[in-house]
Design a protein around this ligand. Sequence first.
Ligand SMILES: [Zn+2]
Length: 102
Amino acid sequence: MKSSGRRRRLRQDAPITRRAAMPIYEYTCKSCKHEFETLVRSGQTPVCAECGSAELERLISMPAVNSEGTRTRALGAAKKRDTAQAKDRAHEQAKYERSHND
Ligand SMILES: [Zn+2]
């Protein structure tokens, strides 16, 4: 997979303010392959900015890690937070799918 077409922070509709408490993730749409970043708060299900599909694949964008010892804890925390949000997301996704099933 080539990453040359990777654009960051170019979209007007993406919140620019980055705070520690604001999880911004990169997604690739499974339907149209559009790549975008979006702010995901619990209770929200991100959809593709292009086609509106909720079939998204989250890209893992980890910060560059050089020294293992000092960063391991930060990574662990990020992973933990990630898991919690994934759970949250899965829940929202299930809710969404239920309400759009028929
Ligand atoms: Zn799409």
